[in-house]
Design a protein around this ligand. Sequence first.
Ligand code: T5A
Length: 220
Amino acid sequence: MNKKIIEGRGKFISFEGPEGSGKTTQARRLITRLEENGLEVVYTREPGGTPTGEAIREILQHDKTGDEISPKAEVLLFAASRAQLVSHVILPALERGAWVVCDRFADSTTAYQGYGRGFEVEQMIAINQFAIGNAVPDKTILLDLDPNNGFKRVAQRLLKNSDTLDRIESEARSFHERVRNGYIELAGKWPERFRIIDASRDEDTVFEDIRRIVRDEFGI
Ligand code: T5A
């Protein structure tokens, strides 16, 4: 299919939300829809999305060295992965007019390391700004879900793949509650950018809301 290249900068959509809220599932559905409309779409995820970022992801999630990652090092590793992703993938894509769909982005650090771990929120926002410059998403879709519900979904997925919870997933339920509430606060801080979706409903219903948002915002 011929890729339709839009004049000027492409559009940047990020998916955010607690564990198991359906970000990957919905991001993939959105990409299919955008591609059906002839758009070039770059899908990426955080942490990761570049060889350096994927190496950082491995350290952050599985910490196989046995060298416990300090909370400050954790913040900076996420930021390093993000800076690499912005410079090597996101900005080049946007500059050539492609759309970028990112499975987690800077708001994850504010939610998890800020609200979750307890670092000062404004400090997390400043670190994010340093890492991303002007690569701010045009729209952030927040899939809001009670962590108890999210972890039931994650448990089913782990069972299917014979996998186990990673380092951050294993944090206490109260941590994940703070993350969820933090996201809601962030959505209130940037109402133009954020759209909150009730992710407790079935996949098709959630996707209908996402389709409507993209149609209303971008005419696609
Ligand atoms: N992190 C990340 C930070 O602490 N700081 C940061 O700055 C960044 C970037 C990333 C971890 O790193 C942390 C957050 C995370 O702990 P990850 O593996 O990328 O790790 O974790 P998640 O992004 O949370 O991925 P998950 O797979 O857990 O969640 P998703 O992507 O939201 O959910 P998805 O789509 O994979 O779906 C999960 C399961 O639910 C089913 C799916 O089929 C799947 O089995 N499902 C539904 N079931 C019922 N109803 C629906 N509507 C459903 N939608 C999906």
